[in-house]
Design a protein around this ligand. Structure first.
Ligand code: GTP
Ligand code: MG
Length: 424
């Protein structure tokens, strides 16, 4: 029996302009779930995500990283992506397999150019999206301005689920208008105390709660009728309505964070567990020949390779998502693109540069395998007797072909045509 079935696996991608705090947030998520015992930081060059020397030197992510965490009965696969536009290929391949995007907004800078560029890709994939306003502990943070900018750029479908009671150095309280509670953190962050909303915040919280309900109800006729009848929706109705609206790309709930102080990541993970769609709640994939590939763990095995890297002393590591069936170690799968039969000898759960062997991965899950003979990014492997080939990731054309560099980090467009530089 797998530890998590398909409906208990969530795949999220962390997105946002460079420096918005994605890698720091991923670190909080791993720490809160007990996957790591100490929270690394960008300054100390010891985060789980930014493990490459070059990333640590620059203080920026360059490659996307697969991480996973377990939170209250759910497995959350997290893909941390680089924010710089130069590495947008990493964002696109992650969006191909993620079921929800978490777009970080820097509360000091508001919506930045990188936010807009990445947003355009999320629109193409119709990825369900959450916004998370980060760096609320910064003295120059401006939550209201950030929300105004988000609505101006991405529409009024951006709905506030949380707002900070204060920002800057004294930031320690988040008011949640879905749960109608206040989360109060101690200096070290982590697990907050849940308290009733204080009297002086009640009017604002109730107004935002009403806005949230109306936004949810306006996307669903049955909920609208219930709202007219009762003047309220209960928490489950709101959650289900939000999920449906997120899947349809109609609503984008907005949360509050200070990743640096580890405030807000637990509630965000709870929302991912309870509201964000799992892969079997998303529209099914269609193969090139028009067949529907249903995300069902008991169906025929089908995996899609979204990224391949060469690891020193290890060889080729292929990252994949299971789109159908259950992949087990020892299984033989056919590569529709190259025609070879591959033996999946080892399966791994991934935590940055650490790998844990596992025996099986169910439909909807993401993992990695080693040493495939003739399988590359964009290939589909499937059970014998099928001819599934899933749509490829379309990488943008390179604007510069780096033929004069000594070494090139080929992440913008893996296998870039015309690139003659040795790769690292
Ligand atoms: N004050 C404050 N600083 C933060 C917060 N979150 C992250 N930072 C800092 O912001 C800088 C960038 O953080 P990262 O986590 O590397 O941001 P990123 O989005 O992963 O950046 P790229 O990988 O370059 O796209 C680091 O110096 C962090 O310590 C926060 O909540 N508050
Ligand atoms: Mg990063």
């Amino acid at each position: 029996m797998p530890e998590f079935d398909t409906s208990h696996v969530k795949n999220i991608v962390l997105l946002g302009h460079a420096g918005s705090g994605k890698t720091t947030l991923a670190e909080c998520m791993l720490y809160e779930a007990g996957i790591i015992s100490r929270r690394g930081s960008i300054a100390e060059r010891n985060t789980t995500g930014d493990y490459h020397e070059l990333e640590q030197e620059r203080g920026n992510s360059i490659f996307s990283k697969l991480l996973h965490t377990k939170w209250r009965g759910f497995k959350i696969n997290i893909i941390d992506t680089p924010g710089y536009d130069d590495f947008v290929g990493e964002v696109i391949s992650a969006l191909r397999v993620a079921d929800t995007g978490v777009m970080l907004l820097n509360a000091v800078m508001g919506v930045e150019v990188g936010t807009d560029i990445i947003w355009d890709y999320t629109e193409r994939f119709k990825t369900p999206m959450i916004f998370a306003v980060n760096k609320l502990d910064d003295d120059n943070a401006d939550f209201e301005k950030t929300v105004r900018e988000a609505k101006a750029h991405f529409g009024n479908n951006v709905v506030v689920v949380q707002y900070p009671r204060q920002s800057g150095a004294g930031f320690h309280e988040i008011i949640d208008v879905l749960r109608m509670t206040i989360y109060k953190f101690t200096d070290g962050g982590g697990k907050p105390e849940k308290l009733p909303i204080p009297d002086e915040e009640k009017a604002k919280a109730e107004e935002l709660h009403k806005e949230l309900i109306e936004a949810i109800a306006s996307n669903d006729e049955t909920l609208m009728e219930k709202y007219f009848d009762k003047g309220e929706l209960d928490e489950d109705e709101m959650k289900n309505g939000l999920k449906k609206a997120m899947i349809n790309h109609d609503l984008f709930p907005l949360f509050c964070l200070s990743a640096e102080r580890n405030m807000g990541s637990g509630r965000l993970m709870g929302f991912i567990d309870n509201v964000c769609p799992s892969a079997n709640e998303m529209p099914p994939q269609k193969s090139r020949s028009g067949e529907t590939v249903t995300c069902d763990a008991s169906g025929p095995a089908c995996i899609f390779i979204y990224k391949t890297i060469s690891e020193p002393h290890v060889g080729e590591l292929s990252y994949f998502k299971v789109y159908s069936g259950t992949v087990k170690s020892g299984m033989e799968l056919e590569n529709e693109s190259t025609g070879v039969t591959e033996k999946i000898s080892q399966l791994f759960l991934v935590e940055g540069n650490k790998r844990t062997a596992t025996n099986e991965l169910v439909a909807g899950d993401i993992g990695a395998t080693l040493k495939l003979k003739n399988t590359h990014t964009n290939n589909t492997l499937h059970a014998r007797g099928k001819n599934y080939e899933l749509p490829s990731i379309e990488f943008p054309s390179p604007t510069v072909v780096p033929d004069s560099l000594e070494k090139c980090i080929c992440v913008l467009n893996p296998g870039m045509k015309g690139c003659r530089s040795p790769m690292i």
